[in-house]
Design a protein around this ligand. Structure first.
Ligand code: FES
Length: 112
């Protein structure tokens, strides 16, 4: 179950569990800071996680994480973004927004 916990005093919000993240290598939460957040584990180092706002900067489609390409890929016009949100391939020109993310116990926390 991916219940959303209230924002903590330090600004971090629980967006899911480590088990959920490990199961798929990614975790999408649509109730984060008034939008959605996509957390992925770095294929090269699964202990490292990255969180982005999964909204393509071209026309706003929701991007997918492709672990085999190590990239976020937009289904609409095939823009690609790196793990840290930078544009790898157009037509998008601006990076995806990123958030600070960390693991604490069995919770995945993201700072709004
Ligand atoms: Fe993502 Fe066009 S909306 S590439």
């Amino acid at each position: 179950q991916s219940s959303t916990m209230p924002k903590r005093a330090d600004g971090f919000q629980s967006v899911g569990t480590v088990a959920e993240l490990n199961q798929k290598g990614q975790l999408l939460n649509k109730q984060f800071a008034g939008g959605s957040v996509l957390v992925v584990s770095n294929p090269a180092n699964p202990k490292t996680i990255t969180a982005v706002k999964p909204i393509c900067t071209h026309r706003g489609c929701t991007v997918d994480w492709k672990a085999d390409k190590k990239a976020f890929v937009c289904p609409c016009h095939k823009a690609e973004f790196s793990l840290d949100g930078k544009v790898l391939q157009g037509p998008a020109k601006k990076s995806l927004s990123t958030y600070i993310a960390k693991i604490e116990g069995d919770s995945v926390l993201v700072k709004a």
